[in-house]
Design a protein around this ligand. Structure first.
Ligand SMILES: NC(=O)C1=CN([C@@H]2O[C@H](COP(=O)(O)OP(=O)(O)OC[C@H]3O[C@@H](n4cnc5c(N)ncnc54)[C@H](O)[C@@H]3O)[C@@H](O)[C@H]2O)C=CC1
Ligand SMILES: O=C(O)[C@@H]1CCC=N1
Length: 292
């Protein structure tokens, strides 16, 4: 049932989907890994760097961002309010309260700005309450591939969020990848586990394969190429195939062949259980990071 509602809700959003207006001014609070990833994706998609501001306390960070992306920078987070149509809060979860306090003071006089928080675990109601009970708040959980326009962002809006704000958040995050809208905010911790954090699991798995191929005797460069090209080909096939993942796996696994031996070794090590427990750890941590 949750899925069918999710699909219906997404259709509502997607039916209104419009490309990101190049004049949209977007401010980032925080200039770390994830802000950089989203900025890269936006610029790659053609967004004007003059319409991007990054507020960051570190001069080195500001300098690097300016050099790398030609974006505007500021040391004061409240500068985001005057500049932006959309403010993306991209600081660590524990920094969110202080940022909200700073923004809320200025937004008392200018509450037209949409705030999108990408902080893991930080609840929608908490953000609204900390931002003068603003309805113009959306929670998002993007992932690192937003940097190349191939991200996946889970989004959650409150029931009193206006459609134009939902459409604006959709256009920003769709500019850097795909989006899924959640009806139930509790699903966000699973989006953290399945999308926000998951690129790291995949990198870990690929690292392990690369290491094993080198240990079996391949030169580093050949091992890296073999592993990455195979991963890219497999993902691309899975994305474009009519077959489900299990069926594609079976197409590789000849009876009594080589793959079967590897798959049996993974199953002996209870890969499913290991993955399930790793994802449960990520989801639990997202809940722990929730600030009151
Ligand atoms: N790294 C990832 O793949 C993803 C991260 N996130 C979320 O994005 C948020 C940021 O994560 P990262 O970019 O990885 O962290 P990061 O540590 O790379 O970046 C955080 C930035 O915030 C800045 N900062 C610290 N205090 C500040 C303040 N008072 N005002 C303004 N800026 C301040 C820091 O200087 C730093 O540049 C986190 O809440 C995380 O949960 C969400 C999805 C994916
Ligand atoms: O590890 C983290 O806390 C963040 C949230 C999702 C990905 N990175």
């Amino acid at each position: 049932m949750a899925f069918s509602f999710l699909a219906t809700f997404s259709e509502v959003i997607i039916s209104q989907h419009q490309s990101l207006d190049p004049n949209t001014c977007i401010a980032f609070i925080g200039g770390g890994n994830m802000a950089k990833a989203i900025i890269s994706g936006l610029l790659k998609q053609g967004h004007n760097s003059a319409n991007i501001l990054v507020c960051a306390p570190s001069q080195t960070t500001r300098h690097d961002l300016m050099n790398k992306f030609n974006v505007k920078v500021h040391h004061d987070n409240t500068a985001a309010v005057a500049f932006a149509d959309v403010i993306i809060v991209a600081v660590k979860p524990f920094v969110v309260p202080v940022v909200c306090e700073q923004l809320s003071e200025v937004m008392q006089h200018d509450n037209r700005k949409l705030v999108i928080s990408i902080a893991a675990g930080v609840k929608h109601a908490t953000l609204c309450q900390k931002l003068n009970n603003s309805p113009k708040v959306i929670c998002a959980m993007p992932n690192l591939p937003t940097a190349i326009g191939e991200g996946l962002t889970g989004l959650f809006a409150g029931s009193d969020t206006q459609q134009n704000d939902i459409a604006l958040a959709e256009s920003v995050m769709r500019a850097v990848g795909e989006t899924v809208w959640l009806k139930d905010e509790n699903q966000m911790s699973t989006i953290v586990a399945a999308a926000g954090s998951s690129p790291a699991y995949l990198f870990l798995f690929l690292e392990a394969m690369e290491k094993a191929a080198i240990e079996q005797g391949l030169p580093q460069e050949t091992a890296t190429k073999a592993v990455l090209q195979s991963a890219m080909g497999a993902i691309s096939m899975a994305m474009n195939s009519q077959h489900n993942l299990a069926s594609l796996r079976q197409q590789v696994t000849s009876p009594k062949g080589t793959t079967e031996q590897a798959i049996m070794a993974f199953q002996d090590g209870d890969l499913d259980q290991l993955v399930a427990s790793a994802m449960a750890c990520a989801a639990t941590r997202a809940k722990e990071l929730s600030i009151g």
